[in-house]
Structures are given as C-alpha cells and as structure tokens.
Design a protein around this ligand. Sequence first.
Ligand code: PEP
Ligand code: MN
Length: 342
Amino acid sequence: MIVVMEKGATEEQIESVIEKLVGLEFNIHRSTGAVHTVLGAVGPAELVDPEEFKVMDGVKECHRIMAPYQLAGRAFKPEGTVVRMESARAGAVEIGGNAVVVIAGPGSIESEEQIMRSAELVARAGARLFRAGGLRPHLSPQRNQELSEDSLKLLRRAADTFGLLLAGEATDDAQVPLVAQYADLLVAGSRNMQNYPLLRALGSSPRPVLLKRGHSATLEELLVSADCVMAGGNHNVVVCERGIRSFETSTKNTLDVTAIPVVHKLSHLPVLADPSHAAGRRDMVIPMARAAVAAGADGLMIDVHPDPDRALCEGAQSLKPEQFTDLMAQLATIAAAVGRSC
Ligand code: PEP
Ligand code: MN
C-alpha cells in the first residue's frame, strides 16, 4: 500500500499513520520528498481497507497497489530516482538526471596494458564509468575468470587514473563486500536477476546497484527483483535492459527498446540499455545504442576494446576505439533532440 501525505502534513500526523500501519504488521519505507511524504507499506494489504487511511488527518491518498512490487513502483517516488555516485578522481555522476551516462569497457581482463588502454580510450570519448566484464563464468570455461582482489585493484587504478567511476559485477552474495570495497556501482548480471541471496546482499550494501534484466524475464519480474534489493534498505537501484531471448536468431538477443519507456512508466528507477550483450555484434550495437537514447534511456553500458578482433572475450560485440568515439558524438546529438545531455 502507498500512503501519500498532504503537502504540509505534520510529523505527528505522519507518525500516527506509521503507527497504525505498524500495528497492522506492515513494514514501512518512508520517502520524504520536497512536497509530499510518501509511505510505502509492505504487508497484508489485501486485509486492509484503504478508506481507513484516507480519512486520517494529513493523508492525501491511499492506494492498494496491485503490482507485486511496491518500492520500485512509480507511485512510491513519482518524481523519479536519481542515483548519485562520486569519487575524488571522477567527481560526481548521476544516473537518472538530465545527462545520459555511459559505462564502457572490455568484456574481460586480459592484461594490465589492455585495461589501462581501455580505460583511457573510453574516458577520452566521454564515458563516466569503466567496466570490465569477465569476473564471472563465461560460456566457455577457459574464459572464466575468478574474482580476485588483485583484478579489482587493477580496475580501480585504471578508473582512477582516467577520472572514471567503476562498475563491478558480483556473482554471488559472498562477493558483495569485496566488490563494494572497490566498485562505485555493483552489478547483478542477467543470469543473476533472480538470485535472491545476492539481491538481499546488494540490498544491505551502501553502494548503488545496477540490476540487469534476465534473458527471459518479464519487466514485472525485473521490478520484483529491484523491490527485493530495495527492501533491504538500498534504494539506489538502476535497472538495465540487455536484450531478451526471442525467436529471432540473427542477433545474440533482441534489444527490447520498448522496455525503456515501459519501465519509466511503471517505475521511478533509472533505466540503462546494454546494446552490446543484446546485439552481440558491433555493427548492430551502434544503431541500437542510438535507438536506446532516443527512447529515453538514462544511460548505456557498452563493450569497447582497444583491439576487438584480438579480444579474448566478446570481441564481436566490442566497439573499436574510433567507433566508440564516433558513437559518443552521435549520442550527444540524439540526447539533445530529446532534451537531454550526453
Ligand atoms: C556483462 O555485462 O559482461 C554480461 C555478461 O552481461 P549480462 O549479465 O547482461 O549477460
Ligand atoms: Mn560480457
């Protein structure tokens, strides 16, 4: 249930609504906005008559929300969530604000030189966050890379050297504290969208979370998973459309561009698109990146490699340095056309 308090509702009025909800065994998540305080109440909504709350002093609206997610629902934070990260070297970056934010980097860690060159080239072209996949199982076991503190240190150093923030994937709950020591944004990969122990660990982390849509997950399921993270108290969640499995076989996956406006309608959370894992081939990544920004994506996650034809992992979907630079220039024009910056 969602209770929206009147503009100017007193603290006493808010407290008495909370007290009544707690007495009915709801868990309360309070969001104090510039105008309205909104109370998200998770509990036995089906047993409670919203009219009982609507008549209380200081209450503007009370809705029984039928969607299976509540905290991630648009009604919980109508003004939208802006996820803010900052480091001394990169300054502040906001996802969900006016600027379209680009996260970029190679599909895996191959060498120190490859990581440093990758970070340098994506930073020069205008990316704000660095990523290097591969710290998780890949299709072929020889390409698996175990998470190690040394690799996180290398990624952090690369990000800091070139004024980038770092996105880092945790593939299970036990990894979350270590990845959180080094990364500014914790990524839950597509295959882990419904890994509930991982989602709970992310929910109690102080770091923002990027939750990638499962290959075969509906948007409702994606938002239920986002809710699960948020229920732990971490409301800094960004979701990412990364292509879904469809009957079409000419690309690795099918980028569901429609997911971008749909999630914006259903949820207050920022939405990114990952055209690289969707298209699976670099010639298709470029038009899909353009389409995602035109559709209102709050940012992109893009695979870029200094020499993709020699990449050890996901070279086909990795842009060449000059392609990425050109794309960033095009995205600035597209972003401006839809009232954003890039
Ligand atoms: C990745 O980001 O490298 C990755 C494997 O993405 P996904 O989880 O979307 O497949
Ligand atoms: Mn990858």
